[in-house]
Design a protein around this ligand. Structure first.
Ligand code: GDP
Ligand code: MG
Length: 311
């Protein structure tokens, strides 16, 4: 992930966020060019921020900050975008953190949680490939035991990454599998254990019980495990991602958020209210389905790209 050349990944992020940035800045920016700040234009900016899923609270603060940065100035398009990017970055900088499974205890256990379709398995697969490329000994655990297709999809990622794969038959107890796999990983000197989970939200309490049971049995092996619980959220669902954060954030001991599908969505702005609603910081972003399309979250770069600025 972090080994990808910076320019390449920024371009991918920008290409991905171009629909968000168009929606947010195209009309708005032109109303500020060569004009002193007017209340009307500021109001329009606030509306566009809210329409871009940034939410009312963050949008109001961004507009206030933008007003301070721009006060008394007439500017060109670039300066306006710079001021807007700075205002968005001020919201996000305190909500950024790094994911570094190779600097913690071994084996470092990472649990992936989130609703079906959010990108858990894909994110896990990308991380596995990145870690094995760095020479780490990686075990992947198919904790989504309900669907054979889910297991197969994960197995393909494991093979591609050159990671070992632990699974059980349909409907097996996910916690039992997680416990045995972790014990084995410990005995056999693995660096990282990546545990996929089911995401059926039709029965919220059953899902949460299952996740908590997995956490409980992992703690029997090591009280500090799981060392990371990543909540995977899909940006394309817009403000629904906030609801999902509420459901999982409250019960699942989330330590980091991954925002996926920031490529090609007009709703990338939702990362801002999610970052602020969540107790856990944003750690990674997904900008495509490919193995290189997972990136460390960089608040400043994200903000620049969101308003349509280049690196
Ligand atoms: N465009 C895009 N698609 C993604 C991204 N992450 C995951 N996906 C796709 O989203 C779909 C659901 O992902 P999956 O990992 O199976 O979700 P899960 O049900 O949470 O395990 C798959 O088709 C993935 O290829 C991303 O960052 N960008
Ligand atoms: Mg899955």
């Amino acid at each position: 992930m972090s080994d990808t050349p910076k320019k390449g990944w920024f371009q991918r992020l920008s290409a991905g966020l171009s629909r968000s940035s168009k929606q947010m800045t195209e009309q708005v920016v032109s109303t500020f060019v060569k004009e002193p700040l007017s209340e009307e234009a500021l109001e329009r900016l606030e509306e566009h921020l809210i329409e871009s899923d940034l939410g009312p609270a963050a949008s109001a603060r961004i507009v206030e900050r933008f007003r301070e940065l721009r006060f008394g100035k007439t500017s060109d398009e670039r300066e306006i975008k710079e001021a807007l990017a700075e205002a968005v970055a001020a919201e996000l900088l305190p909500r950024q953190a790094t994911f570094d499974p190779l600097s913690g205890p071994k084996p470092y256990v990472v649990l992936f949680v989130g609703v079906n379709g959010s990108g858990k398995t894909t994110t896990l697969g990308k991380i596995a490939s990145d870690l094995t490329a760095k020479g780490a000994k990686v075990m992947i655990v198919a904790g989504d035991t309900f669907r054979a297709a889910a297991r197969e999809q994960l197995k393909v990622w494991a093979e591609r990454a050159g990671a070992d794969f632990e699974s059980r038959r349909d409907g097996a107890d996910a916690a039992g599998l997680a416990f045995d796999a972790y014990a084995k990983a410990k005995a056999e000197g693995y660096d990282v254990v990546l545990i996929d989970t089911a995401g059926r939200l039709q029965n919220k309490s059953a899902l949460m019980d299952e996740l908590l049971k997995i956490v409980r049995v992992l703690k029997k092996v090591d009280a500090d495990a799981p060392h990371e619980t990543l909540l995977v959220l899909d940006a394309t669902v817009g403000r629904n991602a906030l609801e999902q954060e509420k459901v999982f954030g409250r019960t699942a001991y989330v330590s980091g958020v991954v925002m996926t599908k920031l490529d090609g969505t007009a709703r990338g702005g939702v990362l801002v209210p999610v970052a602020q609603a969540s107790d856990a910081p944003i750690k990674l972003i997904g900008v495509g389905e490919g193995v290189d399309d997972l990136q460390p979250f960089d608040a400043r770069a994200f903000s620049r790209s969101l308003v349509g600025l280049e690196d």
